[in-house]
Design a protein. Structure first.
Length: 518
């Protein structure tokens, strides 16, 4: 019979005042519930600490674990500060929580009352508590959203983070924030707009390279990307405006599961801001006129021109290498043939002729098939070894969980103080988390090896069939066939060929077939 209890801890918006005073709310709640467990003589064997905020179960990983164990009948009961902290999302989430506890007769223990879902009156109390929690959450959310829009209409800055080039500034004698220029970042913003507009304008990629080459990094110290530059050029904040609703969060269903997204929205509201202007209006408008041009076509509108597309990986930066088309006749810059190169800025890898690389890949694959056939040995499966390792790892986890149970027992017996208990519990939990990660990795590796074993007998005939007719296929068919047989091909070349020796294969290739064992 199950006699074990667990604790679920989660902060609410009402705890923000205590957090501002330096109070660790989760730690306080943990002590309260541990004292309650000691008074009621309950055996606590697990604590779930929800450190992320979210209005749905899908956004709360600890709640997902707890519900899975409740549904499996693992717990006699769950200790929580208030029923409302279990579910505060929509009716679907609250229905999931209610059914999980009701169908498994799992108790909900709070400092005020013990709820037994099997009891008719307790069930009504439980349902009413969840209903009121949902109404309160929606009211708070609606007020916060209305407050943000009201602040934007007044020209204030309603968001937590300031865009590049500004910092938030608390308004005096009134509520709200505005923006003031960040002296170190404003010159970069003006430089971006200056280079993107005017008679000598350049593109986004050129601007990105210019900034990164001169170590003019982002606020977080990272390299600039093309999308960051475009976002800066399109943001109305630099035109002394406040835009709200540009990236509204929506919930869409994917495979029956709700997924939150923040797509770009064309119909957003813009208001005159209180912050100072750092870009002239005419310059900003000129930038907008250029942003709509030259949008890339959908990939479906292109035919595949690189038989090795998506397969060649740079040995230095581990990024996929790209095809560069042959330079036009009379163009002094660029090779007169298709080449393959690494597009990562600063990467030392040297490119080569695409045709030469393609022949080298096929030759390497042919040699691999010959070596494989000469052995006449089916590779030994790694599944049994990995399964044994998984079993020992699961035993290790069981031993750690036993230690954790003993830890709680020592606390209940008064052998450990709360401080010692929390310290040792934290160390033990880290070890358990590490073992969980190892178990997950082993499960993935076992699945991977099982797939390899399933295809091992058909792999060599498929390779030989491809090699026999490869040069008769179209570029797109070549690419599809190679992707069926190869995970990737690692390319290494750090020195350029001498002039006139472009056909010398002075590079190293590491073929990674779908069946990686010989």
């Amino acid at each position: 019979m199950k006699n074990e209890y667990c604790i679920y801890l989660r902060k609410s918006r009402g705890d923000s005042a205590l957090e501002a005073m330096g109070v660790d709310v989760l730690e306080r709640h943990e002590r309260t519930l541990l004292d309650l467990a000691k008074q009621m003589n309950l055996s606590i064997t697990a604590i779930y600490r929800e450190v992320v905020s979210g209005d749905s179960i899908s956004a709360r990983p600890e709640m997902q674990k707890l519900l899975a164990e409740v549904e499996s009948g693992k717990w006699k009961g769950v200790l929580v500060m208030e029923v409302e902290r279990l579910a505060r999302g929509d009716t679907i989430d609250q229905g999931i929580v209610q059914r999980a506890f009701q169908y498994t007769d799992t108790l909900i223990v709070t400092p005020v009352k013990v709820y037994n879902p099997a009891n008719e009156f307790d069930e009504e109390y439980f349902e009413f508590g969840l209903f009121m929690s949902r109404r309160e959450y929606k009211t708070i959310k609606r007020r916060m959203q209305a407050g943000r829009y009201a602040a934007a209409k007044e020209g204030k800055w309603p968001f937590n983070a300031a865009p590049y080039g500004f910092r938030r500034f608390k308004l005096s004698k009134e509520k709200g924030w505005t923006l003031v220029p960040e002296e170190e970042e404003v010159p970069v913003v003006r430089l971006v707009y200056a280079r993107y507009t005017g008679p000598d304008r350049v593109g986004v990629t050129t601007i990105r390279r210019y900034l990164n080459d001169r170590q003019m990094f982002t606020r977080s110290g990272k390299l600039w990307t093309d999308s960051m530059i475009r976002e800066m050029l399109a943001n109305p904040v630099y035109d002394q405006m406040v835009a709200i609703g540009r990236r509204k969060q929506i919930t869409a269903l994917e495979d029956g599961q709700p997924v939150k997204k923040r797509p770009r929205c064309d119909n957003y509201e813009v208001y005159q801001g209180r912050h100072p202007r750092i870009i002239d209006h005419d310059v900003w408008m000129e930038a907008q006129s250029y942003l709509g041009r030259g949008k890339p076509k959908l990939p479906e509108q292109y035919s595949v021109k690189n038989p090795l597309a998506g397969l060649i990986v740079c040995s230095q930066c581990k990024k996929k290498m790209l095809r560069r088309p042959a330079a036009l006749t009379g163009n002094k810059h660029g090779a007169p043939y298709d080449s393959i190169l690494c597009n990562t800025q600063g990467c030392p890898t040297v490119g080569c002729s695409l045709d030469l690389l393609e022949h080298s890949v096929i030759d390497a694959l042919s040699e691999w098939v010959k070596d494989y056939e000469l052995d006449h040995v089916i590779p030994e499966s790694k599944v049994p070894e990995l399964t044994d390792l998984l079993g020992s790892t699961e035993k290790e986890k069981a031993a750690l969980l036993s230690q954790k149970e003993n830890l709680f027992n020592l606390l209940e017996q008064g052998v450990y103080s709360s401080e010692v208990f929390l310290e040792r519990s934290h160390v033990l939990q880290e070890r358990i988390n590490a073992v969980d990660d190892k178990i997950l990795d082993l499960q993935k590796e076992i699945e991977y090896e099982k797939n390899n074993d399933a295809h091992i007998h058909s792999f060599i005939p498929s390779c030989k069939g491809l090699l026999s007719c490869y040069w008769d296929l179209s570029v797109e068919e070549k690419n599809k066939a190679l992707k069926m047989l190869l995970h990737s091909v690692e390319y290494k070349k750090l020195k350029r060929n001498k002039k006139g020796h472009k056909d010398d294969a002075s590079f190293e290739l590491t073929i990674k077939p779908r069946i990686p064992r010989i």
